[in-house]
Design a protein around this ligand. Structure first.
Ligand SMILES: [Zn+2]
Ligand SMILES: [Zn+2]
Length: 349
């Protein structure tokens, strides 16, 4: 009996040793990088490669990129942002310097979006749309004569907003997505340009918002003007402006409503809506502004991600690079804020 046991132990020992040898390189990699974040890189690379090989499904890459750039940073968008910057000075939620560190950092992200992120998002969008059209042709509805064009456009607008809400919820509930999304939440000087403070790869998670436009393409399509208005609502929600929109704030996301989503000491998986508050209300995740929340501080407790506000000098460029690399850094569980379960939210309200 003893010999059998010892023989078993002898045969198990080399197996364990070889398992340790196999496990060692993997744990060495894990100690240096956060592997799940590379799944987003893989999806993005695959989409770009497929789109490239497919010549973007016959859609002109150049014109599509110009169209997106017009929405993101065209003259109308810049004029709207200018108005919002004035609103921030006239009716600030929090008083701060004319150009705070956070403003300069978000300006860096704005330039980054206008130059390098626009081509990436164009590539991802064209490739995703073409793959969806080819692999699921039955999802594309034929022209429905009884539905007026404006009705189809309104439906695309609302459904796109729901998809954005859902992707945003996933950004908060799925850890590897949160590692990309936390950059957006790290802003302590929340301002209108914070809408551009996003990791470029997080756009992969928002590609589902293209589906309503693909399904209803034969019945209507969102115009550049409508997309600029949509972007304007989302940008204004980030502005450091004390505005709740009165009764309209029950339907449209206001700066006071979205500020609660960025609240430093609050559960941040509330008020996830981009333009409409209805999705948060439907799923019990809406927290409407009160006098206490209007001027609340924003950012992440314990600064799990390096921010420009830390340190005697801001070091904008090195912080910028560190913020982009952060999702791939190993996960330090002790420093990470816990994603709060819904039961906590219920208790708060
Ligand atoms: Zn968020
Ligand atoms: Zn936000």
């Amino acid at each position: 009996m003893v010999s059998v046991l010892s023989a078993g132990a002898r045969s198990a020992a080399p197996a364990q040793a070889s398992a340790r040898r196999v496990g060692r390189p993997l744990s060495a990699v894990r100690s240096r990088v956060y592997l799940p974040s590379f799944s987003i890189v893989a999806v993005a690379a695959a989409l770009v490669a497929i789109g490239w090989a497919d010549r973007w499904g016959g859609s002109g890459f150049g014109p599509s990129m110009t169209g997106l750039r017009l929405v993101v940073i065209g003259p109308t968008t810049l004029a709207i942002i200018g108005v919002f910057l004035v609103a921030e000075r006239v009716r600030p939620a929090q008083r701060r310097a004319l150009i705070a560190r956070g403003h300069r950092q978000d300006l860096l992200f704005t330039v980054f979006n206008a130059t390098l992120v626009v081509p990436l998002v164009t590539a991802l969008s064209l490739s995703f749309s073409e793959i969806a059209r080819r692999s699921l042709p039955w999802v594309i509805l034929p022209r429905i004569g009884t539905v007026p064009r404006w009705g189809a456009i309104a439906l695309i607008f609302v459904a796109m907003d729901f998809c954005n809400w859902f992707a945003h919820l996933a950004n908060h509930r799925v850890r590897f997505l949160w590692r990309f999304h936390e950059l957006h939440h790290s802003q302590e000087d929340l301002n209108v340009l914070s809408v551009f403070r996003t990791h470029p790869l997080i756009h992969v998670s928002y590609l589902i918002a293209l589906i309503p436009g693909i399904v209803l393409l034969a019945n209507g399509a969102l115009t550049t003007t409508l997309l600029v208005i949509y972007g304007g609502i989302v940008a204004f929600a980030h502005s450091n402006t004390n505005l709740g929109f009165g009764p309209l704030g029950r339907i449209v996301v206001s700066p006071n409503f979205h500020r609660i989503h960025h609240k430093l000491d609050g559960p941040q998986d509330v008020n996830l809506g981009f333009a409409l508050t209805v999705w948060d209300q439907l799923f019990g995740l809406a927290v409407f502004p009160t006098p206490e929340t209007i001027r609340t501080d924003t950012g992440l407790p314990g600064r799990p991600l390096i921010v420009e506000q830390a340190g005697a000098r801001p070091h904008h460029l090195s912080v910028f690079v560190a913020q982009l690399v952060a999702p791939f850094r190993p996960l330090d569980a002790d420093r990470r804020p816990a994603v709060q379960p819904v039961s906590h939210l219920t208790q708060r309200r």
